[in-house]
Design a protein around this ligand. Sequence first.
Ligand code: GDP
Ligand code: IMO
Ligand code: MG
Length: 423
Amino acid sequence: MKVDLLLGLQWGDEGKGKIVDVLTKNYAIIARFQGGPNAGHTLIFENQKHVLHTIPSGIFHKGAKNVVGNGVVIDPVILKRELANLENHNIDYRKVLYISRKAHLILPTHRLLDAASEALKGKLKIGSTLKGIGPTYMDKTGRNGLRIGDLELDNWKDKFNALTNKHLNLLNFYNIDLQYDLEELKNEFFEAVTLLKSLTFIDSETYLYEALKDKQSILAEGAQGSMLDIDFGTYPFVTSSTTTAAGACTGLGISPHTIGDVYGIFKAYVTRVGSGPFPTELFDNDGKTMGKVGCEFGATTGRPRRCGWLDLVALKYAVRINGATQLTMMKADVLSGFKTIKACTSYMYKGKEISNLPYSINDADITPVYTEFKGWQADLTKMTSANELPENLLSYIKFIEHFVGVPVKIVSVGPDRKQTIVR
Ligand code: GDP
Ligand code: IMO
Ligand code: MG
């Protein structure tokens, strides 16, 4: 048995949650491998919308097991809210949700440090979701972090207090005016930890190894997107984890030999939330239309997402880094009605035409070179089979497949679970 991977190929919010939910019927286990509550994965079915931040997107399917891997960072307070939503929908999560002992905890002071770091950066801020992601991964690699498994130790609160005090010293050093009530934050944290401790903690690397031996199928769910990867994204405007395929190995403890299919997800256009370069960003009515029709607001922060044409130079790069074996195109329905569709096929960079991502992606140095396509007018949202898709959309897809060298096997034509066409 192999572990299939599903991950975003752009700057996040490609629609990973929806597609994991659609694919869960084919898998016994869904395992999140990195990121934390900076993620917002939206699932829509039976006229209800759910947004998951920490919990894998297989949770609404009876029988599927959901693993939060060691590569994930967990904020117990946010997890508690997610669990309350599951309870409201009668999901018996205790039997199907397992948390890795080696996953790291986000402390309230990690969130404060995130805010202080952003405030200090001023105009150069990352546009972090302020969920404490960066500081938590810094403590992980700095070998100071508090892990889920620590909660099983008698002295975990001593560790918590020591780390909190260290953070308070750092905050003093930063000398930023932050308003907070530490006691209130701690109480909220401790209350949420009580609920967290009632869940099943596992050695997830061993659990997944045994599951594979047992011939159980596993889908690894990524968060964020390849262009937000700590190494290969638009550094420093990235997140703090490995969002690309390699992250599944370190974030779950599975060997590279076990990886099967790599599903790469991309939008028919591009969005980005937060700061950082975005060569194909649009500031005109086309961009506004994408934002409006696509309801492009962050699922975690509510911030408007920046919109632009599909960047095939960046997409090809992401396909290569991940070894994507098949692609899913999301939100083609949002482009219905555009007379002309554009896709960036090379960059003019410092006076030269290039077809690879340069080391430093600085918007001022890059002018996208576009290929134009005829748009399609039909409403796609009610279509259910590939042969209903308009000819012009199929030409657009064919061009993309040829450009990146990987087939588009799924086309999503609306936010609902049912609005999914398999080719
Ligand atoms: P994720 O973080 O990758 O899971 O994506 P998000 O949930 O943050 O953002 C994707 C948004 O697009 C959500 O609001 C989805 O409900 C919506 N969505 C997903 N697929 C489609 C689609 O094919 N068409 C339209 N119109 N909306 C979609
Ligand atoms: P999903 O899983 C889109 C962005 C933030 C910011 C940068 C760093 O829903 O696709 P962080 O809080 O990680 O320190 O923020 O990364 N970002 C996302 N953008 N989708 C996400 O997750 C994101 N998670 C982080 O906006 O620019
Ligand atoms: Mg999202």
